[in-house]
Design a protein around this ligand. Structure first.
Ligand SMILES: *Cc1c(COP(=O)(O)O)cnc(C)c1O
Length: 384
């Protein structure tokens, strides 16, 4: 039996255990500890942010960003529709209402055209969103220039969900550093992992200090545990921060590995009729966290969903593209702004797209096996 091939499994480098051991030796198991501050500084330097706060998850980072922007019940928040639910769950935690914005074909991320239309409509109704959550999918930045221009014009802060795009570049700058706040995730399937964790980054050091305060139960400076506002237990542990420091050392190597994996899939499959790959946005450099492709159901013998099933039957984990949030049962009654009157890009990407195993530890041989499985299936005749 072949070993199962996973989509994006953890990949430890050479220094994670060293940092964990250091935490044990110095008994910095809890609370806080020197790895946390070091990880924050090292990550902030890597992405070119003024500062960073290490947290228990990317979801917690989004939640804190919303709190810092004073998002509360009755507020409206715009959010990319094509994403994982964690991008928007904290909007609901705050009692605010999400409005979903479609993708564009060039980047698969937020459509500036749909955003413009949604903002114009919001202005007409006299209620602009309190923030816009821009999601950077599968290792790629959104086309930030037009999005920044629009949000600047209406004076609306951006939260960048860069959970999937740590290490990606857009016009010379790191993905996650364009908005008022940016967030990263170190969940088990991300490009680097601390087993679970997240990071909030910003230019605004005062806001980050407030995030640290809220993330540690909002304790007023008094010995007797005094609280004036409500906080959370959202801090990252010193041990996990140690893992993060080790992972940061190999991030560049992992990015080039994932890009090479993408290139090999591309070379092997692009000439097959009906197959397309996620494009790289103008001025952007994707990490290719996951290789994502679409299959035209009118041309190919299988649909994306059938190929996912076929690969799974062969011990290969693959996944459909995210089911857009506006199509989720839980958000049935929420507003959605499509890319154009005729095109709902996120819906067609969901209907035709899938992600292929892309881990930085995927072996050359295993990738060859995956490619052969795909080629074999796509070479079969269509069933009439
Ligand atoms: C993984 C992910 C998150 C959530 O991060 P966690 O650390 O798992 O809370 C948020 N948004 C996107 C797009 C993600 O892929």
């Amino acid at each position: 039996m072949r070993k199962k091939i996973y989509l994006s499994p953890p990949h430890m480098g050479n220094y994670e255990l060293h940092y964990i051991k250091q935490a044990f030796d110095e008994n910095w198991i809890a609370p806080v500890g020197p790895h946390i501050t070091a990880f924050e500084n090292e990550l902030a330097e890597y992405v070119g942010a003024n500062g960073a706060v290490a947290l228990s998850s990317g979801t917690a980072a989004i939640h804190l960003a919303l709190r810092l922007l004073d998002v509360k019940a009755g507020d409206i928040i715009f959010c990319s529709s094509l994403t994982f639910i964690a991008s928007v769950s904290p909007v609901i935690y705050q009692g605010a209402t999400p409005v979903f914005i479609d993708s564009e074909p060039q980047s698969w991320n937020m459509s500036p055209r749909a955003l413009q239309y949604a903002l114009e409509e919001a202005e007409k109704k006299g209620k602009l969103p309190k923030a816009v959550i821009v999601v950077n999918l599968y290792g790629q930045s959104a086309d930030m220039d037009p999005i920044l221009e629009l949000c600047d014009h209406y004076d609306i802060p951006i939260i960048e969900d860069a959970a999937e795009s740590l290490g990606a570049i857009y016009k010379g700058r790191s993905s996650g550093t364009f908005g008022e706040f940016g967030i990263y995730s170190f969940n088990g399937n991300k490009i680097i992992t601390t087993s679970g964790g997240g990071m909030l980054v910003s230019k605004n050091l005062e806001a980050l200090e407030q995030a640290r305060f809220l993330a540690t139960q909002a304790r007023d400076p008094a010995l007797h545990y005094q609280h004036s506002v409500l906080g959370y237990n959202y801090r990252m542990s010193n041990i996990l921060a140690g893992i993060g420091r080790g992972q940061l050392l190999v991030l560049n190597e992992y990015i080039s590995k994932r890009r090479k994996i993408f290139e090999r899939y591309y070379e092997a499959l692009y000439s097959i009729e009906g197959i397309s790959f996620m494009p790289e946005v103008d001025g952007g450099r994707s990490t290719r966290w996951l290789t994502a492709m679409t299959i035209d159901p009118d041309i190919s013998p299988v649909s994306a969903a059938q190929l996912v099933e076929e690969l799974n039957n062969n011990g290969i984990e693959s996944r459909p593209i995210w089911k857009p949030l506006h199509m989720q049962p839980i958000f049935r009654d929420k507003t959605f702004y499509p890319h154009s009157e005729k095109e709902k890009i996120s819906e067609s990407l969901f209907a035709t797209g899938l992600c292929l195993p892309s881990g930085s530890n995927l072996s050359y041989e295993d990738q060859g096996y995956i490619i052969n499985c795909i080629k074999k299936r796509l070479a079969q005749k269509r069933k009439i």
